[in-house]
Design a protein around this ligand. Structure first.
Ligand SMILES: CC(C)(COP(=O)(O)OP(=O)(O)OC[C@H]1O[C@@H](n2cnc3c(N)ncnc32)[C@H](O)[C@@H]1OP(=O)(O)O)[C@@H](O)C(=O)NCCC(=O)NCCS
Length: 306
């Protein structure tokens, strides 16, 4: 049902209305039967008047009241672009708000749909997508490719770090196995990974694991080893590596470890740029020193934490 907007800024909006109530039970029943529900942008008032509603408001309200997983707007442009005209494939609600406040010159359809996407995500819809209605297959490409073809707005930050659980073993292996095969990382069996899973931190992006790192602590020597730091190739250069390193350093500090070391054959530059200095196998904690693989000739780097 609808209610009149009334008089706004001295203008009588006449028969233009806004959503009053959505028969969500009715919608759910039809959906449960496998039907497709088309909702018209016409709403009736309890007294029988017919109001014209905007389609974006109807779609937003229905999505919110359904607690939908996704709200998708098909629009004239490809998605939301930043000041440098780059397409933004993902936006958090915070970023979307900032963008709307900063850029008065956004295209009209972005000005129309982005606030609705924001409202939907602020009210329980998990994702809102803004995609081009002119692009062939846009809907499938947006939903079934990793980067999509338009802009996705999400309430929670899309990437976050957390401790790994046993359910993450498969995801971690898919990242580290190719690197083990290339000789970039030392080989770990699934069994060993399962046993040591609580030492791992994972970077998760939109539900998928895109990076990992592990901390091996040697408390008696107040040292820790950063191991198995890896980010899946599609997600490199997005700061995930740095965030994982930071998290491992924080965990090491909490354990009162004074230094963090890392063994690497090919990533020296990355660590040197992040405060590590060249070290020596003799400085490794005894247990690790005994296991040091002289054939692999890994370089040892360490960073002072405290
Ligand atoms: C090293 C690694 C984890 C970095 O992940 P990331 O998410 O891309 O890291 P960040 O986004 O924080 O940093 C990216 C920066 O590091 C640079 N970088 C990446 N690999 C590098 C290397 N081997 N040496 C020097 N710099 C490197 C990138 O060029 C980028 O800098 P730029 O944007 O200025 O060009 C990732 O490249 C990886 O998984 N590598 C393979 C596994 C590995 O070598 N692990 C370390 C051994 S324990």
């Amino acid at each position: 049902t609808a209610k009149p907007i009334g008089i706004v800024d001295g203008i009588d909006m006449g028969l233009t209305g806004e959503v009053r109530r959505v028969d969500i039970e009715g919608v759910r029943l039809r959906l449960d039967d496998g039907d497709l529900v088309l909702v018209s942008p016409l709403g009736y008032s309890p007294t029988g008047e017919i109001f014209n509603l905007t389609l974006e408001e109807v779609a937003t309200q229905v999505a919110v009241r359904l607690s939908a997983h996704k709200l998708i707007f098909l629009m004239e442009t490809e998605g939301v672009r930043n000041g440098r005209r780059q397409l933004l494939t993902e936006l958090s609600t915070r970023e979307a708000e900032a963008l709307l406040a900063r850029h008065a010159k956004l295209p009209p359809d972005v000005l129309l749909y982005l606030p609705c996407a924001l409202r939907a995500c602020d009210n329980g819809v998990k994702r809102a997508h803004l995609i081009s209605r002119h692009r062939d297959g846009a809907l499938l490409l947006e939903l079934f490719t990793r980067d999509g073809v338009g802009t996705m707005v999400a309430a929670a930050p899309l990437a976050h770090l957390r401790s790994a659980t046993i359910d993450d073993v498969g995801g971690i292996l898919s990242i580290i196995e190719p690197l083990e095969a290339e000789g970039v990382l030392v080989r770990r069996s699934r069994e060993r990974l399962e046993m040591e899973i609580e030492r791992f931190v994972v970077a998760e992006h939109d539900g998928a694991i895109v990076g990992c790192a592990a901390l091996y602590a040697f408390p008696e020597e107040r040292a820790g080893e950063l191991a198995a730091l890896a980010v899946t190739p599609d997600f490199r250069r997005g700061g995930h590596g740095e965030a994982l390193l930071h998290e491992i350093e924080q965990r090491a500090k909490k354990l009162k470890l004074a230094r963090l070391f890392v063994l690497t054959t090919r990533t020296s530059g990355w660590f040197l740029e992040r405060g590590f200095v060249e070290s020596d196998p003799s400085r490794l904690p005894a247990q690790k020193r005994d296991l040091y693989n002289w054939q692999r000739r890994s370089l040892v780097y360490e960073k002072k934490l405290i």
